[in-house]
Design a protein around this ligand. Structure first.
Ligand code: FAD
Length: 559
């Protein structure tokens, strides 16, 4: 945990933001065997060989796989590759706090979220797709994996599928069949504490503690030409507590800014955007005082996403008498914030269509249609229905506020809606659960870069390279929601975290490949070439054991 900029003169990597997507990149930069290249068994075996290569004598087989293995203790080296001193000088800057995922944990606390919305395999650990599930079992915390009821087993039978296809042959064969029983284990979501503990485990395993400094990054500049103070091809990062130079930057600032709230500073006493609950209590003093004196309190929550449902529930639990839940669209219920065919087994079909789209405009349209606005989960639908039955919550869909005035003496709003809500009383407080605006053109910290190295945008998202780089000459990488045009609709949630980290890491390692200040002499470029080469070979003619033999034709057996 840091509060001042005490890092070396020029960093190899500066990461801006310390949320889950940033953590995935940092962890991936310390992982030597990317899981994307290996099956779980191969991965496990590769790690075993890496870890024990100093203690075992590998005996060449000369083509046969039955030769003896001699195990002898050659060194006291206690652990494997990821515990070696880090190769890259890396620092992380976050405005929310001096540690990883402060904004994430504070929001989860503020909204009282007990369970994630996403499935178990959406996580940040580069080592193993099923790592979170394995962690839950290893720690005896299986009960903290919550089944998503009504997802698995809802697929259409083969017979019904054939009938449908006959009737409408143009329909994709997989339409309606999104989940397979074999994937059943995946359709559990982790409890918030299980997920957070697994992230902490990842932070510890990759020695990522003490990397984060709390500071607001205000501008990023990139200069090809050096000066006396700065080398060529270098970023200058200006923050609220100082200036830092870096060879590469990873921008991982989440969705960007909240949608501009439609109230003035004079009216701010009576309304907030839900992201402000990071810094303020759910109930503001005048509402709390009214409740304490046993007066009726009325609030409005605007929005149709999961956050709106969480705030409605929270208000009722805190003792608000009545909540009007207003949304401009229909009330939509979905397990995930993407439709199931973007999450489950056949998501590859959609991903392929996304990646083969001709233009970024087309991709942007696909993102919009996959997300299809805000939605809430079946579990929260049930919670809201309980409140509605008791008469504490009233929902109005396809409704918008068209007029409002705040009386600062009575501290009450007079609200006009379209269509009008009959008998709507004066309102004590309005919560805007209206999401965030992802538009790089409106972000002050990117203005210098946008001017010196302009980039095209679609719907506010930058048109990045495949490696999620600003341009091939500017080594600034973008991950999270802002990388949507490369990663697809999953960029805005945890699904994009590992996928983004994987792409960024390959390119970062290529750019920084000549830096190997602390290694034991293995050239990192050679190591990456070796991995790529091995991956290539594994896809062609060798079996996994050949593929994993460390640079020689050997057989090996675990003890
Ligand atoms: C309440 C809530 C619940 C969610 N639940 C889920 C879920 O269950 N599953 C799921 O997949 N997704 C969920 N999401 C979506 C979620 O936001 C993402 O999955 C995840 O947070 C994305 O991580 P990120 O690192 O891209 O962004 P963030 O988590 O938003 O992290 C960005 C970080 O950048 C920092 N930052 C921003 N600007 C600056 C700056 N100028 N200088 C320095 N630091 C800066 C912020 O302080 C923040 O810590 C949820 C979102 C919310 C709001």
């Amino acid at each position: 945990m840091n509060t001042t900029l005490e890092t070396p003169e020029v960093l190899d990597i500066a990461i801006i933001g310390a949320g889950p997507c940033a953590l995935a990149v940092a962890a991936r930069m310390r992982e030597t065997t990317p899981s994307a290249l290996f099956t779980d068994a191969e991965h496990q075996r590769y790690h075993w060989i890496k870890r024990h290569k100093n203690r075992v004598k590998l005996v060449p087989t000369k083509g046969r796989a039955t030769k003896k293995i001699l195990v002898e203790d050659k060194s006291e080296k206690p652990c494997g590759e990821i515990c070696n001193p880090p190769k890259y000088l890396m620092a992380v800057y976050d405005s929310s706090g001096p540690d990883w995922m402060i904004k994430w944990t504070c929001l989860f606390n503020a909204y009282n979220i007990k369970t994630l919305r996403s499935p178990l395999f959406f996580h940040v650990d580069p080592r193993d797709r099923d790592g979170l599930k394995a962690y839950a079992y290893a720690k005896g915390r299986e009960k903290e994996m919550v089944e998503l009821k009504g997802v698995v087993g809802k697929e259409i039978s083969k017979h019904l599928m054939k009938k449908k296809m006959k009737r409408r042959p143009s329909v994709n064969a997989h339409t309606g069949k999104s989940i397979d029983e074999r994937d059943m284990q995946d359709y559990y979501t982790p409890s918030t504490s299980l997920f957070n503990d697994y992230c902490q485990d990842c932070i510890d395993r990759y020695s990522l503690n003490n990397l984060v400094t709390q500071t607001d990054v205000r501008s990023i500049e990139y200069d090809e030409q050096g000066t006396d103070e700065r080398p060529d091809k270098c970023f200058t990062i200006k923050t609220s507590i100082g200036t830092q130079l870096a060879r590469t930057v990873v921008l991982s600032i989440g969705p960007g800014m909240p949608a501009p709230p439609p109230f003035t500073s004079n009216e701010a006493e009576g309304a907030c955007h839900t992201s402000q609950l990071l810094k303020q209590k759910c109930l503001v003093p005048h509402v709390k005082a009214k409740m304490d004196s046993k007066h009726t309190t009325n609030v409005i929550v605007i929005g149709g996403g999961l956050t709106s449902a969480q705030i409605v529930d929270l208000c009722i639990k805190k003792g608000v008498s009545k909540v009007w839940h207003i949304m401009r669209d229909d009330f939509k219920v979905k397990h995930f914030d993407l439709s199931l065919d973007w999450v489950a087994k056949y998501k590859n079909i959609n991903q392929a269509a996304f990646w083969s789209a001709d233009t970024d405009e087309e991709r942007f349209e696909m993102i919009l249609s996959a997300r299809n606005g805000g939605s809430i989960t079946p579990a929260y639908k049930a919670v809201l229905e309980r409140h509605q039955t008791k008469g504490n919550v009233i929902r109005h869909t396809k409704t918008q506020i068209v007029g409002k005035s705040w009386d600062s003496t009575s501290r009450l709003w007079t609200i006009e809606t379209e269509p009008p809500i009959p008998d709507l009383p004066p309102i004590d407080y309005i919560y805007y659960a209206t999401g965030a605006k992802a538009d790089i053109n409106a972000m002050p910290l990117l203005q210098p870069l946008l001017q010196s190295h302009p980039i095209e945008t679609v719907g506010g998202l930058p048109c990045l390279t495949y490696d999620m780089q600003w341009s091939k000459d500017v080594p600034l990488f973008v991950t999270g929601r802002l990388a949507g045009l490369q990663l697809g609709p999953g960029a805005a949630n945890l699904e994009g975290a590992r996928a983004g980290a994987e792409r960024i890491a390959w390119r970062l390692q290529e750019i920084l490949g000549d830096i190997d200040k602390y290694s034991d002499g293995n050239d990192p470029v050679d190591e990456m070439d070796e991995l790529r080469d091995r991956a290539e070979r594994s896809w062609t003619h060798l079996n996994m054991f050949d593929t994993l033999s460390v640079g020689r034709d050997v057989s090996i057996r675990d003890n």
